[in-house]
Design a protein around this ligand. Structure first.
Ligand code: G16
Length: 543
């Protein structure tokens, strides 16, 4: 095996965002761009010679080429074995499962998650550590530092590995095992959920629709829902993974999963609908003519965990990201377990799960998961809901309304302003930060500001501190407005406004969220000068 050391010069923009490095495909295709970042990962993690690495991605455009390059670089960097998903496929939660099950050193996941794909779409790469979770900030920062001073990378010359047949081959001294991307994950799901009960539900006329959005979960959903649970084949939509996601935007929300939304809000709608994103870690849950917000979904899952075999033993605690609604906090309080508030990004949950402090985690950005892996997990959330439905035999809407009646309703919405000029978006955030002093105690009609700050978090396990995690405006009645810049986009800036108020009165639970939040929305626009500064008169996406 001949190892080549290739001279290179640094790129200045290889800073990982909320979840790895995401750039347009043409950026990744620049000479040495992918190689520099991969070598920066390898230099940072310093895996002992002979270590095993997991490798796979969401099948988006450039996935296969990138995998061949990374395999040759892994061989040149002394790895002993790579477990690669067949066809280069591994959903993000499945990669986490495989890393943990086979106790590998870590894994590289190729995905830009919910961002669109294709030759001019997005591509991404992230490193997950031995616990199966996204590398914590101290590692991603070290990777970025390495990328700024890289001078060479190592690669071997070898034939491409046949990724489409299961089995072992060699690149020089390194073994490559092409594994079934679905089976380990599907087995894990069978240990957590009551498959016979779900099968009985599905065979009794309960109708489901799952939208894989032409992304990675198609094969997983077919194996689990159709083959193992007996759902009809036509309950799967867009189940064929395509490198450009069929031209769609594989983000399971009310805007981008519109085909599913139309089915669930149409005549003769199914009883349950769900969608997942590009790499299978996000989920959206719908009932007949009913949308469950991700924040409510986390709270409902927590309140019903005792119905599900894998969680009957009880929950150690719950964690949610700061912008996620406080609905889960109310359940934690009732269960007498702790609820942690972390910055946005699944990587912040890893320490809490490893330390046994939490069992369930969730984010408003359509992510829910548990300590079965160290990533959020779209199909896990769908199975959790189906298990609850199989036991309770009520509609999704009834379950949500009963939940609100018991705990009160945290009325919630997120308004996204996508692709803003970075200057304008940064200007809005600066204005807000500069207004803290005058905002404190300010009165807006019946609402009074109790506290405003830029959220910072001290990890209770390792004491690491993360600052600048979003502007919070908290009101004395418990309402909240949060402003935050997205860390996953590749072009311009996306400003997110998160709005929340608490409604204990059941007679008002029918209100449309946008109506119920109208006062908060107008306060948010006023204090941020968003319209004036960006020229936008409405959000791009409302969820
Ligand atoms: C990623 C992270 C999530 C996080 C989300 C926020 O999701 O894995 O933990 O909540 O980004 O995105 P933004 O910074 O744009 O608000 P994903 O699904 O893109 O991997």
């Amino acid at each position: 095996m001949q190892v080549f050391t290739v001279a290179t010069t640094p790129f200045t923009d290889q800073k990982p965002g909320t979840s790895g490095l995401r750039k347009r495909v043409p950026a990744f295709r620049q000479a040495h761009y992918l190689e520099n970042f991969v070598q920066s990962i390898f230099d940072t993690i310093a895996a002992p010679p002979g270590s095993t690495l997991v490798l796979g991605g969401d099948g988006r455009y450039y996935n296969r080429e990138a995998i061949q390059i990374i395999l040759k670089m892994a061989a040149a960097n002394g790895f002993g074995r790579v477990l690669a998903g067949k066809g280069g496929i591994l959903s993000t939660p499945a990669a986490s499962c495989v890393i943990r099950k086979y106790r590998t050193y870590g894994g590289i996941i190729l995905s830009a998650s919910h961002n669109p794909g294709g030759p001019d779409g997005d591509f991404g790469i992230k490193y997950n550590t031995a616990n199966g979770g996204p590398a914590p900030e101290k590692i991603t920062e070290a990777i970025f530092a390495a990328s700024k001073k890289i001078a060479q990378y190592r690669i071997v010359e070898a034939d491409d590995v046949a990724l489409d047949s299961l089995g072992d081959s060699q690149i020089g001294d390194m073994a490559v095992s092409v594994i079934d991307p679905v089976s380990d994950y599907a087995e894990l799901m069978e240990t957590l959920f009551d498959f016979p009960a779900i099968r009985t539900l599905l065979s009794g006329g309960f109708r489901v629709k799952f939208d894989a959005m032409h992304a990675v979960t198609g094969p997983y959903a077919r194996e689990i829902f159709v083959n193992r649970l007996g759902a009809s084949a036509d309950s799967m939509m867009n189940a064929e993974p395509l490198p450009d996601f069929g031209g769609g935007h594989p983000d399971p929300n009310l805007t981008y999963a519109h085909e599913l939304v139309e089915a669930l809000y149409g005549d003769n709608a199914p009883d349950f609908g769900a969608a997942s994103d590009g790499d299978g870690d996000r989920n959206m849950i719908l009932g007949k003519h009913f949308f469950v917000t991700p924040s409510d979904s986390l709270a409902i899952i927590a309140a019903n965990a005792h119905h599900v075999p894998g969680y009957k033993r009880g929950l150690a605690g719950i964690a949610r990201s700061m912008p996620t609604s406080e609905a889960a906090d109310r359940v934690a309080k009732a269960l007498n377990i702790p609820c942690y508030e972390t910055p946005t990004g699944w990587k912040f949950f890893g320490n809490l799960m490893d330390a046994g402090k939490v069992t369930l985690c969730g984010e408003e950005s359509f992510g829910t998961g548990s300590d079965h892996v160290r990533e959020k997990d779209g199909l896990w959330a769908v199975l959790f809901w189906l298990n609850i439905l199989a036991v309770r035999r009520q509609s999704v809407e009834n379950i949500a309304r009963e939940h609100w009646a018991r705990f009160g309703r945290n009325v919630y919405s997120r308004h996204d302003y996508e692709n803003l000029p970075a200057n304008a978006a940064n200007g809005v955030m600066k204005l807000l930060r500069d207004s803290f002093v005058e905002l404190r105690g300010a009165q807006f009609g019946h609402l009074q500001v109790k506290l405003c700050d830029d959220f910072s978090y001290t990890d209770p396990v390792d004491g690491s501190v993360s600052t600048g995690q979003g502007v919070r405006i908290l009101f004395t009645d418990g309402s909240r407005i949060v402003f935050r810049l997205s860390g996953t986009g590749t072009e311009g800036a996306t400003l997110r406004i998160y709005l929340e108020s608490f409604e204990p009165d059941v007679s008002k639970h029918n209100l449309d969220a946008q109506e119920a939040l109208a006062t908060l929305i107008s306060i948010a626009l006023r204090i941020s000068e968003l319209r004036e500064r960006t020229g936008r008169d409405k959000p791009t996406v409302i969820t």
